[in-house]
Design a protein. Structure first.
Length: 360
C-alpha cells in the first residue's frame, strides 16, 4: 500500500488591523500560495488558523503589531502551539519599490520569517505581568495628568488678578493645591464674569482634579505592590528597585522573560547597550537612543538612588572619575551593570544571584 505524501511545510504572515486581519501563506521555498481576510474576533482567529493548516504544516507565523492590533491573535496562536514571530512593518524604501496593500504586507511578514529578518518572540500577555502592565500604564497616565494639572494651576496663578496672585503664588505645589481647594468662587454664573471669580473657579476645579488623581495614583500603587510581590518578590530586594520601577521592568519583559535570549538582548531592549562613538585617536562609547525609553528611565532612577545611598556605587564613581570618565559615561556603565543584574534575576527566578550592581 502506497504511503500518503507528507504535507508541505508553510509559513504564514498576518497584517493586522483593528477590525480585520489579512493573512498570507507561502511555501518554505518562497512561493506564494494564497491570501485571505478574516475578522479580528475569536471566531475569526480560529478560521484563520484552520485556513492556514489546510495548506500544510505550519513552520511559523509572522504577525505585525503583536503589542497592539495583533495581541489577541498572537495569544490565540500561542494557545494552539503555533510559533509566533513579531514582524515589523516593511520600511518606506520597500513600500516605495513594491507598493502598499494588505496582501503585500501579509506576504512580506511571512517572507520576513523565512528570510530570518524577523526573529523576535512577542510578549505572551496571558499572565500576571499583563495585569501589572495595564495598571502601570494607567498609573503613568495619571501621574502625567497630575503634573499637567500642577503646571496649569501655576500658570493661572501667574496671570491671575493681583489679590488672588499674591495670595497663592508663593506656595509649594502641595500648599497651592490645598489653598485652591479652599477657594469659594460664587455659585451664580453671572458673577463668574468677574476675572477674579472666574480664575478662582478654574483653580478650584484644578485642585479637585489634582486630589482625585492623587487618590487614583495611591490606589494603583497599592494594587501594583500586591501584584509585583506576588509575581516577582525577589526583584524588590535589588538595591534601588521599588514597586514602580519593578512594574516597568516586568512590563517590558512580559510574562515570558525567557524570550530574552541573552543579557545583551535585554540590555539592547532597555536602551543601555554601549554604542561605539570613536573617531581617530578617540575611543569612546555613547548613550543608546534606542530601546524602551521608559525602562531606560527606570534603570536611570535605580542608578540615581544608588548614587545617593550605596557606598560601593559611590566608590565606583570615584574610581572611574579618576580614570577620566565623565558623569554621563559613568551612569551609562552603571545602567549596563543594573541591566545585567536584573536579567539574571528575571531569567533565573529560583537561583541565588550575586549582587552585580557595581562589582565590575
Amino acid at each position: 500500500m502506497d504511503k500518503k505524501p507528507k504535507k508541505q511545510r508553510i509559513a504564514g504572515g498576518v497584517d493586522t488591523h483593528s477590525g480585520t486581519h489579512h493573512a498570507a501563506v507561502v511555501l518554505l521555498n518562497g512561493r506564494r500560495l494564497a491570501d485571505a481576510e478574516f475578522p479580528a474576533t475569536t471566531a475569526g482567529y480560529a478560521d484563520l488558523l484552520t485556513w492556514m493548516h489546510s495548506f500544510g504544516r505550519l513552520h511559523a507565523i509572522g504577525v505585525e503589531g503583536t503589542g497592539s492590533y495583533g495581541a489577541g491573535l498572537a495569544r490565540h496562536l500561542r494557545g494552539h502551539g503555533v510559533r509566533v514571530v513579531e514582524v515589523n512593518r516593511p520600511d518606506r524604501r520597500q513600500r516605495r519599490a513594491k507598493g502598499k496593500s494588505d496582501p503585500l504586507d501579509a506576504y512580506a511578514a511571512a517572507e520576513a520569517v523565512l528570510a530570518g529578518r524577523a526573529t523576535a518572540v512577542p510578549k505572551a500577555g496571558d499572565g500576571i505581568v499583563e495585569s501589572i502592565r495595564a495598571l502601570h500604564l494607567v498609573r503613568a497616565s495619571a501621574v502625567k495628568a497630575r503634573t499637567a494639572c500642577t503646571n496649569e494651576m501655576k500658570a493661572l496663578v501667574i496671570t491671575a488678578p493681583a489679590q488672588l496672585r499674591e495670595h497663592l503664588r508663593v506656595r509649594t505645589a502641595a500648599g497651592l493645591v490645598q489653598a485652591c481647594s479652599r477657594l469659594q468662587p460664587p455659585q451664580d454664573l453671572a458673577d463668574l464674569a468677574d476675572p477674579a471669580a472666574g480664575v478662582a473657579a478654574a483653580l478650584r476645579r484644578l485642585a479637585t482634579r489634582y486630589q482625585a488623581l492623587t487618590t487614583e495614583i495611591a490606589d494603583a500603587d497599592k494594587q501594583l505592590a500586591v501584584l509585583v510581590k506576588q509575581a516577582r518578590p525577589d526583584l524588590l530586594t535589588v538595591r534601588g528597585v521599588g514597586v514602580e520601577t519593578a512594574a516597568q521592568v516586568l512590563s517590558t519583559c512580559g510574562d515570558n522573560p525567557d524570550r530574552l535570549y541573552s543579557e545583551a538582548a535585554f540590555a539592547s531592549l532597555c536602551g543601555v547597550s554601549p554604542v561605539p562613538a570613536s573617531s581617530g585617536k578617540t575611543t569612546r562609547h555613547r548613550l543608546s537612543r534606542g530601546g524602551d525609553r521608559q525602562t531606560n528611565r527606570a534603570l536611570y532612577m535605580i542608578v540615581i538612588t544608588r548614587l545617593g545611598h550605596d557606598s560601593r556605587t559611590r566608590a565606583y564613581v570615584a574610581r572611574r572619575t579618576a580614570e577620566g570618565l565623565s558623569k554621563k559615561e559613568i551612569i551609562r556603565c552603571l545602567k549596563r551593570y543594573v541591566a545585567r543584574e536584573l536579567y539574571k534575576i528575571l531569567t533565573h527566578p529560583r537561583a541565588k544571584i550575586k549582587d552585580l550592581s557595581v562589582a565590575a
